[in-house]
Design a binder for this molecule. Structure first.
Ligand SMILES: Nc1ncnc2c1ncn2[C@@H]1O[C@H](COP(=O)(O)OP(=O)(O)O)[C@@H](O)[C@H]1O
Ligand SMILES: [Mg+2]
Length: 470
């Protein structure tokens, strides 16, 4: 096998012959010297030289062949090919092959452990909720976790950070850390390329002795939601105080007038007291609405476990608002298009939705007009978005006639304290919180609230509530 193997391999054959020739050179020189000095004849010198060459050839060939087999064996190991046991006759080469085999097995088991470790590290890395990037000395991404890929795209590895972000202060902070001018940096910046999110970034340089491919770790936190929530809260407090301050200053103004100039004017006193009563009513409604809202916001995790009979709710509220409807000369009719099952929810909260929507329908309907409440079941909640339940639901549509609501108003009606200018001008009383409360409750029930407005059909506020809460 060895001879055949060796001869097939031209490179090996050339190298082997060269080695045999080089080994024979000193003996060749000695015999040439002896022949030159006429101590032995040239023919004897030639014969001795060729005998030596033949012996070298004979001794070297098996060792070279086995070394060649060993080389192929190592190459096969490196290439991960199937390894067959080696048939080596030279004891030393056999020992070397054995040692290489043991080393290879050890290396493989270490590689397996390392691969398993790398996989589990990547899985842990991916479960971290915030985007994390690892950067090399040049600012190229060497690794990223799943949230980072979701935010910045799948192909971020190997991209330079300044291709991913254009915000100068962020790039400058990274450079500072990579150039060892700072151990870590924190910045807040806008990322126009990612929906103009506000991002808080923390960049930490890895200690020099621990730096492999990665030189710095960048953790990104999307703080847009937290900031807008904070703004909403402070706007809410500002709005609520403003809404309370207005009637309070009206009341204190009238008290002052009653104490001074109108002290003895009975007519003025009656008129002022009526206004003050109206203002206190408004204040108490506002406080009630504010309390409802804060109770709702705090109890978002409250379990929904009442079996709510919507007929009963609608009947109760229609009765309660009968007098208001009568005062406005509005006729309320209820249409039940199919049999409505009981739904799972919070009985009191569903009363509040119906109360707020029916109150609006009556309040904003023109005099001598018709308000209808249409009840039906639907197979799915339309325009289902995040958090909206799937499956069968009940829809309750409140319709009143009136001027068509323009697009801008339509999109803002459920904002806290938002009231349409036309209704403020008409001095229709309200706090601007009714729809915000209804929307909160609907969301808590994983339902939906839609508004449509047309010149011909008037305004329709439809509440969708899932029949079951899964
Ligand atoms: N049925 C409706 N028809 C016309 N406009 C409505 C209707 N319901 C609500 N609106 C408009 O939406 C605004 C917000 O409603 P809401 O939150 O209930 O506050 P409020 O009724 O206290 O003003 C109202 O001020 C009004 O301008
Ligand atoms: Mg209202």
């Amino acid at each position: 096998m060895s001879l055949e193997f060796g001869l097939k391999n031209l490179d090996f054959k050339r190298r082997f012959l060269l080695r045999a020739l080089i080994l024979s050179l000193p003996i060749g020189a000695v015999f040439s010297g002896l022949a030159f000095l006429h101590i032995i004849p040239i023919s004897t010198a030639c014969l001795c030289y060729f005998v030596n060459l033949f012996l070298n050839f004979f001794l070297l060939f098996p060792i070279s062949t086995e070394l060649q087999i060993l080389r192929h064996y190592v190459v096969s190991l490196v290439q991960g090919e199937n390894i067959r046991p080696l048939a080596l006759s030279d004891g030393d080469i056999r020992d070397v092959a054995k040692a290489i085999g043991t080393l290879y097995k050890l290396l493989m088991s270490k590689t397996d452990t390392l691969e398993a470790q790398a996989l589990s590290d990547a899985a842990v890395f991916d479960t971290l909720p915030d985007p994390i990037l690892m950067l090399d000395n040049e600012g190229n991404v060497t690794n990223s976790n799943l949230p980072a890929r979701l935010l910045l795209g799948e192909k971020i590895v190997s991209q330079n950070i300044d291709h991913l972000f254009s915000t100068n202060i962020f790039i400058a902070s990274i450079e500072k850390v990579l150039k060892d001018k700072s151990e870590s940096e924190s910045v807040i910046f806008h990322a126009p390329e990612y929906g103009n999110r506000q991002i808080y970034a923390h960049i930490s340089g890895l200690p020099r002795e621990l730096r492999g491919r990665a030189a710095a770790v960048v953790a990104l936190y999307d703080i847009s939601k937290a900031l807008s929530l904070e703004k909403m809260q402070s706007d809410f407090v500002a709005n609520a105080s403003h809404e309370l301050r207005t009637p309070l200053s009206v009341i204190s103004g009238f008290i002052e007038t009653l104490q001074t100039s109108a002290h003895d004017d009975a007519d003025a006193r009656d008129a002022f007291l009526a206004i003050m009563k109206e203002q206190t009513e408004y204040m108490s409604n506002l406080i009630e609405d504010l309390l409802s809202l804060s109770k709702l916001e705090m109890g978002q995790d409250k379990a929904l476990q009442d079996k709510v009979d919507l007929h009963e709710v609608i009947y109760d509220i229609t009765q309660a608002l009968k007098f208001k409807a009568f005062q406005h000369s509005v006729n309320v009719t209820i249409n039940e298009l199919n049999r409505i099952p009981k739904i799972i929810g919070d009985n009191q909260q569903i009363h509040q939705i119906v109360q707020n929507l029916l109150d609006n329908a009556i309040k904003y309907a023109p005099e001598n007009s018709e308000v209808t409440i249409e009840l039906k079941t639907v197979p799915e909640i339309p325009a289902a978005g995040q958090g909206v339940a799937q499956g069968r639901a009940v829809s309750i549509a409140f319709n009143n006639k009136g001027q068509k609501i323009n697009k801008e108003d339509l999109s803002r009606l459920t904002e806290k304290f938002y009231r349409m200018q036309v209704h403020k001008d008409m001095k229709i009383k309200g706090t601007g919180l009714g729809l915000a409360i209804a929307k909160q409750i609907v969301l808590h029930h994983r339902g939906n609230l839609t508004v449509t407005s047309t010149t011909y059909n008037g305004n329709t506020f439809t509440v969708y509530l899932p029949i079951k809460q899964s």
